[in-house]
Design a protein around this ligand. Structure first.
Ligand code: TGC
Ligand code: FAD
Length: 390
């Protein structure tokens, strides 16, 4: 239906290439067939549909910007953004699965890994044979990851890893975890931890009201012996995980607008059909104001995302520019979800419509990958040269 295709008020499609349009069409088609018809029930049941991992691998949703020789798509950042947008039009939790695998697991292995690590892990992650997760956040260190306590000691022929990570997307089902931990000098490094290593467990976090179709859990390391060849050799320091976050936050900037589009489309359709006072509610000025503002904000975000994608491709996008887009898109999407919920009246709280699911999902999206306020402070530091968080 045409609603699934919309909106494109400023004909942003003119800025896309034939290849971009083809990629977007194929992901849209996939989401329509494989996610939209089922996702409401998955969320109601708090069920992570593990089969989707293989299917995402088949359609190229994992690591689209990673070179083809490692199983990636070899695509540009606009393509990556469009893939995230269409998946999140379906559900933010499904997009989480894809963006963690691509930006937070494959990206660090590709960027900071050895050739052996790239060859061992990337093709299996790209195809969905393996699922990965990214462990940065700890129970006492969320916005401030530099204070992390997870640590490893050099034992001669292996490293000994201890500590715990919390709020980790994909963790309960993950085959591999890219884990950030401090060495004896307090320097942060990335380690690849594999399921089955003794002392490594991944308890699931239950009772979430948000991202219910995505599985979330902890990573617990109790004297885990990690082989030396599992250390990512080519970058250390907090800058390494922050580079991964740049890539993932960029994808979220596009993804959240996908959720906003779905809310807008649903509200537009409902407003045209719902009769009150003998007229469609779309005829009331207050409804028109809501729809007009939604469309304006979506259009602004589409243009911001497209330009950011161009800068990503040129290697020129800064962390602060990415923060602006992530923060703007998620706030826009959440505001649109809330307004769309109003337009749907009581029906807006039910699973008959996607609104409440998107709204609850977006409460996680506005917190993870840097909270709304942390992104504001990253911008503030960029503008003034004075970091307010330290
Ligand atoms: P700060 O002093 O600013 O930086 C530490 C070092 O890192 C360097 N750096 C970067 N390097 C490369 N790329 C970047 N983007 C970089 N940003 C900073 C910096 O130059 C410095 O290097 P050096 O050599 O001087 O040491 O660090 P800080 O400790 O003051 O923290 C800054 C702050 C607060 C902005 C940062 O910690 C932050 O972004 N916090 C938010 C944490 C966060 O976003 N966590 C996300 C966890 S992962 C997740 O949520 C996944 S959900 C995925 C899903 O399900 O979809
Ligand atoms: P806190 O850091 O405790 O923040 C609480 C509040 O204080 C926020 O409003 C924050 O903005 C504010 N605050 C903190 N510091 C400042 C300051 N200096 N100035 C002003 N305000 C401040 N992490 C991973 O590593 N991997 C994952 O895969 C992952 N997946 C996630 C999935 C879900 C569903 C969720 C909810 C989280 C996930 N996270 C993941 C963790 C996420 O990145 C953190 O929740 C986030 O970084 C915030 O940390 P926190 O929850 O500890 O909040």
């Amino acid at each position: 239906n045409d609603f699934f295709e919309s909106p494109d008020f400023y004909v942003v499609d003119d800025l896309l290439t034939e290849e971009h349009l083809l990629i977007r069409a194929s992901i849209r088609d996939f989401v329509k067939k494989e996610i939209t018809p089922y996702v409401e029930q998955w969320c109601q049941d708090a069920y992570f549909p593990y089969d989707i991992v293989k299917k995402f691998g088949e359609i190229g949703a994992f690591g689209p910007t990673v070179p083809e020789q490692y199983g990636g798509g070899g695509l540009d950042y606009i393509s990556y953004g469009l893939i995230m947008q269409e998946i999140e039009r379906g559900d933010s939790g499904m997009r989480s699965t894809a963006s963690v695998q691509g930006s937070l697991v494959m990206y660090p292995i590709y960027k900071f890994g050895s050739e052996e690590q790239r060859n061992k892990y990337l093709p299996k992650l790209a195809s969905g044979e393996w699922l990965g997760c990214f462990g940065l956040t700890e129970p006492d260190h969320g916005s401030n990851p530099s204070g992390m306590l997870t640590n490893f000691k050099d034992m001669g022929d292996h490293y000994l890893l201890n500590g715990a990570k919390m709020w980790i997307s994909n963790s309960p089902k993950a085959d591999v975890a890219v884990v950030w931990a401090k060495n004896e000098e307090g320097r942060i490094h990335g380690l690849i931890v594999e399921r089955g290593m003794e002392g490594f467990s991944t308890p699931e976090t239950h009772n979430k009201w948000s991202l219910r179709a995505s599985c979330t859990g902890e990573l617990v390391f109790d004297n885990v012996k990690v082989p030396k060849e599992n250390l990512l050799p080519n970058k250390s320091g907090l800058g390494a995980p922050l580079m991964c976050l740049d890539s993932a936050r960029y994808g979220i900037a596009w993804g959240a607008i996908g959720a906003a589009m779905d809310c807008y489309d649903s509200a537009r359709r409902y407003a045209a059909e719902r009769i009150q006072f003998n007229k469609p509610i779309a005829s009331f000025q207050l409804t028109q104001k809501k729809l007009s503002e939604m469309l304006t904000e979506i259009t602004k975000a589409q243009l911001l995302n497209w330009k950011l994608g161009k800068m990503m491709d040129e290697g020129k996008a800064t962390t602060a520019q990415i923060s602006m887009a992530k923060r703007n898109s998620v706030h826009t999407a959440l505001t649109i979800a809330r307004e769309a919920r109003q337009i749907h009246g009581g029906m807006g709280i039910t699973g008959e419509y996607p609104i409440m699911r998107h709204m609850m999902n977006l409460e996680s999206v506005i917190t993870y990958e840097g909270t709304h306020d942390i992104h504001l402070l990253i911008l503030g530091a960029d503008i003034t040269g004075i970091p307010a968080f330290s």
